[in-house]
Design a protein around this ligand. Structure first.
Ligand SMILES: C[S@@+](CC[C@H](N)C(=O)[O-])C[C@H]1O[C@@H](n2cnc3c(N)ncnc32)[C@H](O)[C@@H]1O
Length: 282
């Protein structure tokens, strides 16, 4: 790996801490659009009353809350994220729903501070591909899972089927604001190749995983809405944009909006395809 893992972890922690307010502000929009992914993960995790389930890289916590409703009062969900600011967002969100069976913890998925074989299932949406060492994180997930319990997670497929993120990323690289992605380095598309994802899951100690493609579309009402979503949600892309001087930031925005023109509808809104792997392993 060309990155220095500890430096990457520190930068990633800062980036996602900075993103927490944006994720809180666009939470309802995001959860509505991405509902097919959470539906798939909940269905495959198949939570049962009384179980203890772990959510990794939970962000606003919404996936875990679906599980909390299913495991009931006798069960428990441990909602975790390495960014304390994200854990605070999840806690506020869970408390507003009156959920009493959720425990919130700031935990790094690569070094889980949890007992061996202490949970009945693990879920993670769009987390593992961002980690410096996804195989280490998957080993940790395996370690805390009771025998036979499911690991269900989502990772983005390749850039060609995810223009909503690929077009801004390519534009930022072309303008010299981000380095081109290194093969094998962590990032949004680091587990887009299904074969690599299978290898990583097996290296984590799981049996042959099942991979399924889940597609949906991001919808943005206009240019401002698209831009707002990128700068509030898109982790490393947002970090690069937010660091630009004012004029270059405006020019970069204009270039990105030009490049997404093929996805513009007659009313000025945008519909941009998205595709993710749903993965289940035991
Ligand atoms: C793209 S967001 C996804 C949030 C949420 N799972 C969702 O799908 O709505 C990625 C999340 O992964 C978290 N994350 C990244 N690396 C992590 C790590 N090593 N351990 C735990 N959480 C991590 C970030 O803090 C962030 O909340």
């Amino acid at each position: 790996m060309a990155i220095e893992p500890e430096a990457y972890r520190q930068q990633s922690l800062e980036t996602w801490g900075d993103m927490a307010a944006g994720w809180e502000s666009r939470r309802e929009w995001l959860m509505q659009i991405t509902a097919p992914v959470n539906d798939w993960l909940v269905q495959n995790a198949d939570p049962q009353p009384g179980q203890t389930l772990l959510e990794i890289a939970a962000g606003t916590g919404d996936l875990g809350f679906r599980l909390a409703e299913r495991v009931g009062e006798a069960g428990r969900v441990i909602s975790t994220d390495f960014a304390p600011e994200m854990v605070d967002v999840a806690r506020r969100n869970g408390n507003a729903r009156g959920l009493a069976n959720v425990e919130y913890r700031a935990l790094d998925a690569e070094r889980l501070d949890l007992e061996d074989e202490s949970v009945d299932g693990v879920v993670c949406r769009w987390g593992y591909m961002l980690m410096a060492d996804p195989a280490a994180a998957l080993k940790q997930s395996r370690r805390v899972l009771r025998s036979g319990g499911p690991l269900c997670f989502a990772v983005w497929r390749t850039p060609d089927v995810n223009p909503w993120a690929a077009v801004p990323a390519v534009t930022l690289v072309q303008r010299g604001h981000m380095p081109p992605p290194e093969p094998g380095a962590p990032g949004m598309f680091a587990m887009g190749d299904g074969n690599r994802t299978v290898e990583l899951v097996r290296a984590g100690g799981f049996d042959e995983p099942k991979l399924e493609e889940i597609t949906f579309a991001f919808k943005y009402s206009d240019d401002d809405d698209f831009w707002d979503a990128i700068v509030r949600l898109a982790g490393p892309l947002a970090r690069a944009i937010n660091a630009l001087p004012e004029q270059e930031r405006r020019d970069t925005r204009a270039a990105i909006i030009d490049n997404i023109a093929p996805f513009r509808n007659d009313d000025g809104s945008f519909t941009m395809p998205a595709s993710t792997w749903g993965v289940v392993a035991r």
